[in-house]
Structures are given as C-alpha cells and as structure tokens.
Design a protein around this ligand. Structure first.
Ligand code: AMP
Ligand code: GLY
Length: 411
C-alpha cells in the first residue's frame, strides 16, 4: 500500500516510524514532514493546511490510505474533502472534529449526554463574563472557544487574572477549577467500536513541578499508574462509550483517534477536553510500546470492524522527554544546528523523534519550539525516564532545554 501521513511534528514522526515497520507498506509519504521523518518517509513540501494540494498529491501518488496527525486540517474539513473524492482517509470529519475545535459545543454536548465534566458557563458577551467573574469563587478557568495549540486556557487565581483572560477572546467558556491528577485516554474509533490504546500522561506545564505556562506538552509517559482496570472501566462507561454513541445520535459518527483529557479525583474521572487526534507527545510514549501493525488497525477502523482487533503491547513502559527551543512557548530562534543526535540514538531502547527540525544540507537544524521528543523504553516508567534523560543529555543546540522531572520515580 501507498500511505500518506499529514503533519510535521513529533506525533507524526512516531506515526511514520511505526508505519514504516509494517510489511503492508510499499511506499510511505509525509506532508510536510521534518528532518527525522525524512529518514522513514518521502517528504512532500505541502503544508498540512493545503487541502487542494494534498488532494492532488494523493491522487497523483495513488495513495491507498491517508492519516491525519494535527487538529487544524481536521477542523478545516480535510477528511470531508478526501472522502468526497473517494479517497481512504483516517480521521474525523469537520463536524466530528468540533469535539476539539469548539469548547462550547463540547461542553454542551457533554451536558446533553451526562458526561462528567467541570461545571461551566459560556459567554459571547465580555460584559456578562466580567460580571460573572466578579462574584465567582477562585481559582477558575477561562478557555477560548477555538483551537489554540494548548495556549487558550488560563487558570486564574484571582479576579484580575480572569478579567485579563476574558479581554483576549470573543467567545469563552468559564469553568470551575478541578483538583486532581491528569491522565490521557486515547482510543481508535471506527464510528461504533472503541479500541483504547495504552494509557498515558502528558506534562503540559513548561517547568518542573508543574509550574510556568501551559505548552503543547513537555513530556509524557505510558502507561499511567492512575488507570488501573477499575478506572479503565469507569472511563469507558462514563465518557468514551456515551460520547461515541452520542456522536452517532447527533448524526456525526466519530472515526479517528478520540483523546479524552481527564482529571481524576477521589477515584472519579472527569473530562477536561476531547481532542480528535493522537496526543503529542503522548504518541511518542504510546507507539513505541505497540506491537500490533498500525496499518491493520487503520484498515479495520475504516471498514468499521475494529471489534476484530486485539492490541498487543510491550510490557515495557515508555517515557518521552521533549527538548525545546529557548523562548518556547513564546518566540524563539530557528535554524540552529543540533549536536549529538547520533550519539543519543545509538543508546539502547532509545528513539529520538523529531518535531521542529529541518535538514540544511547534511545538517539537522531547529525549525520549531518543540524540537525533539527523546523516547526510551524501560521495565517501568522510572527506568524509561532515566534512559530518556541519558539520551537527552547527549543532545544540544544553542538555548536547548527540557524538563528534568518527566516520569521520574513513577512505577
Ligand atoms: P484543556 O486544553 O482544556 O485540556 O486545558 C489545558 C490544561 O489546563 C489541562 O490539561 C489542565 O492542566 C488545565 N485545565 C483545564 N481545565 C481545567 C479545569 N477545569 N480545572 C483544572 N485544570 C484545568
Ligand atoms: N499533549 C496534549 C495534546 O496533544 O493536546
């Protein structure tokens, strides 16, 4: 088969890396890809947002299956455009992608189907929002309605912060603050059947000890010790199954990766958000543990026969440490040469996934805020973490940094 992966981040590198190992793949393409992806796939210089060019490319290269990594092209209707031309593509339609693209839609959706979530109010009028935060208890959470790459959420400790956050957006959700521990629960969904992947945990804050601003994710590990058998059943019964059924009822059956970002407290999971794609960097901790052929999973999903797939996992845990550019999640310099990649990659049980990288001649240089995801396998998360850090220490560029506490001591 000829496959096309759309995107250019660490998540897409993990997808490409795993797909490249499938005996079913004849030719693997990625648009636009990055320097690491270029080792396993032929990269096409087409932006993930350029739907018409992607369509032309898929036809020209006789692509049998396209897999979409990021949320923005899904929300823009990439899947709808491919389906209209009878091209096989794995991902949700534009309507189904609203589960991530509109927080207001999703809060109301969860309300209609009794999916546990934080209490909330939505506002399209800043005056009313301001009046609301005058009297509300703190902390509270202000969220922009649209896609914001993890940066549209403000946890406000006092009124002044809430007022400042409201200023920035037209449409907002104001949520009660939930205490607890977070986990990511991601499943492959074929419209009706739900095939959960291994659990994981992402660290969204920039700094050690969950301090500093939110980012796209600074590291992840899999599995999450929070999600034992009982918790798994609860998440399926109270969140995943109701959501997938409800999407059928609403007329927008969900096909793709459905990601529930959870807050777990006192043994009860509550939904913080749905994403309609694999997590990044969760994918870089989950996919190295997957033994099952990913192509088979996608094919069964598109046939509506995911119930026939039983996933097989490495017993080893995995940990991914994100290496970022100085200034991220704000502005940062690009084009800086990266040292030590070969040395890191030659370590046992280690994979260096590329995110914001580019080839400049023979050299690999930085091209984004999150530059690399250094993943390692180990007999538990703590050991995987140690190995990932041993590898990360070998790699550097001017201003490179990473959190030092991802997966540390987790068993
Ligand atoms: P979201 O994009 O909605 O997942 O929010 C990003 C991050 O903000 C989450 O991963 C949490 O760390 C935090 N967060 C969001 N909503 C809440 C909430 N209601 N209570 C506490 N923390 C939250
Ligand atoms: N790592 C969080 C996300 O992918 O949204």
């Amino acid at each position: 088969m000829n496959l096309l992966v759309i995107g250019s981040g660490g998540r897409e590198h993990a997808l490409v890396w795993k797909l490249a190992a499938s005996p079913r793949v004849k030719k693997l393409y990625c648009a636009p890809g990055n320097a690491g992806i270029a080792r396993q796939a032929e990269c096409a210089d087409i932006a993930a947002a350029d739907i018409s060019k992607l369509l032309t490319f898929a036809k020209e290269k006789q692509i049998d299956l396209t897999i979409v990594g990021p949320e923005a092209p899904l929300a823009a209707g990439l899947v709808d455009a491919f389906k209209k031309e009878h091209l096989n593509i794995f991902g949700p339609t534009k309507e189904a992608a609203k589960l991530e693209a509109s927080k207001i839609y999703t809060k109301e959706f969860c309300g209609r189907y009794q999916i546990p979530q934080a209490g909330y109010k939505t506002f399209t009028n800043p005056k009313e929002a301001k009046a609301y935060v005058e009297t509300h208890d703190y902390p509270l959470v202000v969220k922009a309605d649209g896609l914001a790459q993890g940066k549209g959420v403000a946890i406000c400790q006092k009124k002044e912060e809430a007022l400042a956050a409201i200023q920035k957006y037209d449409k907002i959700v104001i949520e009660d603050f939930l205490k607890g521990e977070e986990a990511s629960f991601i499943a492959v969904v074929d419209g009706n059947h739900i095939l959960p992947l291994a659990s994981s945990k992402d660290h969204k804050r920039l700094l050690d000890g969950e301090r500093g601003p939110n980012t796209g994710g600074m590291g992840a590990f899999s599995p999450s010790p929070l999600i034992n058998r009982e918790m798994y059943e609860k998440i399926m019964e109270t969140i995943m199954i109701p959501a997938v059924r409800a999407m059928v009822t609403e007329g927008f059956p969900f096909v793709g990766f459905l990601y529930a970002g959870l807050m777990i407290a006192k043994g009860e999971p509550r939904l913080l958000e749905f994403n309609v794609r694999l997590g990044d960097p969760e994918a870089q901790a989950i996919l190295p543990r997957l033994r099952t052929d990913l192509v088979e999973i996608f094919q069964k999903a598109l046939d509506g026969r995911l119930n026939e797939v039983e996933l097989s996992w490495e017993t080893d845990a995995a940990c991914c440490v994100v290496m970022a550019s100085q200034g991220y999640p704000g502005t940062y310099e690009k084009g800086l040469p990266i040292q030590g990649l070969n040395e890191a990659e030659s370590l046992p049980d280690t994979i260096v996934f590329h995110a914001g990288t580019r080839l400049q001649g023979e050299r690999v240089v930085t091209e984004g805020g999150r530059v690399l995801g250094v993943s390692a396998l180990g007999k538990n998360v703590a050991e995987a973490s140690q190995k990932a850090y041993t590898a990360a220490e070998k790699i550097s560029w001017k201003g490179s940094f990473y959190r030092k506490d991802i997966g540390r001591g987790v068993r």
